[in-house]
Design a protein around this ligand. Structure first.
Ligand code: 3HC
Length: 285
């Protein structure tokens, strides 16, 4: 692995998963979250997951200790100044992400590559906020990151061949499989296809065609999907599904992407899926 050190910003579900896979691959991994207590919570989640892997004899106790040792919580972003690669996995908000990249641009060494785990925001726009658009790229991991093999690479309009090649090699060295979105268009590959499918499942529910369990069973047993679309929407988060749907609808301008009104209602009600204990299904907290 050419990348020797990485900085992960945002230690939610995705950021913590990304940190775990880099540290497991032997990379020195700095982690930072601006929200009080979030870094500690993210690191403690990684430790719990590693512990489960030791219990299942998937890794040894020595591997666990080595991985944990490579995870270094940072109290400010200035600690990221010498890292080879930064991956942001913060809230899906263009202004907040742009501000972060501008700040990182003044902190990190000129060679540092900037990657965003965004599922829907233009890489070209984020890159343009920096003085190194050719070193900015999309690295979209899938949830749950330690399990899912895929990483979608997105080339912004100005991403250089050297940056793209290095990130592709990095993904492969993590033991994951890269696919490339050659054009930086809304939803890239996965969400351009997945989110309209999940949204359509909500229409099938709203129109009274079938109950949630039958919709999910149909796609699980009929199409060999590991989770049915409503179960998966709850897993991803209904707010995230709605947000991506809105971006596809607005930016591609085609009515086929219109978010289902029932999805909008659920989000308005605060029924966001697993994370709030209620979505299309109810979960014990
Ligand atoms: N974190 C880490 N590991 C996890 C995990 C998590 N959140 N959830 C499950 N696992 C691990 C388990 O420990 C288990 O590992 P083992 O094989 O070593 O014992 C393995 O995954 C399988 O777990 P289970 O046996 O408990 O359950 P399943 O067989 O049902 O698998 C699943 C769980 C892997 C989540 C499977 O249901 C699945 O693949 N679901 C679809 C996930 C998917 O489509 N993700 C993409 C979402 S879209 C996205 O991320 C893009 C975004 O931008 C919206």
């Amino acid at each position: 692995m050419k990348i020797k050190s990485v900085g992960i910003i945002g230690l939610g579900q995705m950021g913590a998963g990304i940190a775990q896979v880099f540290a497991t691959a032997g990379v020195s991994t700095y982690v930072y979250d601006a929200q009080a207590g979030a870094t500690e919570k993210g690191v403690s989640g990684i430790k719990k997951r590693l512990e489960r892997l030791v219990e299942k004899a998937t890794i040894s106790a020595a591997d666990r200790d080595q991985t944990v040792k490579l995870i270094q919580p940072a109290s400010t972003l200035t600690e990221f100044k010498a890292v080879d690669l930064v991956i942001e996995a913060i809230v899906e908000n263009t202004e907040i992400k742009t501000k972060l990249f501008k700040e990182l641009d003044t902190i990190c060494k000129p060679e540092t590559i900037f990657a965003s785990n965004t599922s829907s925001i233009s890489i070209t726009k984020l890159a343009a906020a920096t003085s190194r658009p050719e070193k900015t790229v999309g690295m979209h991991f899938m949830n749950p990151v330690p399990v899912m093999k895929l990483v979608e690479l997105i080339r912004g309009l100005q991403t250089s061949d050297a940056t793209y090649t290095l990130t592709k090699e990095t993904v492969e060295a993590l033991g994951k499989v890269p696919v490339t979105a050659k054009q930086d268009f809304p939803g890239f590959i996965v969400n351009r296809i997945l989110i309209p499918m999940l949204n359509e499942a909500v229409y099938v529910l709203m129109e009274g065609i079938a109950d949630p369990t039958d919709i999910d069973q149909a796609m699980k047993l009929g199409c060999n999907q590991p989770m049915g679309p409503l179960e998966l929407a709850d897993f991803v988060g209904l707010d995230t599904c709605l947000y991506i749907s809105q971006i596809l609808h607005r930016e591609l301008g085609d009515s086929k992407y219109r978010p289902c009104p029932l999805l909008v209602k659920y989000v308005e009600a605060g029924w966001l899926g697993r994370k709030t204990g209620r979505g299309f299904y109810q979960y014990n907290q």
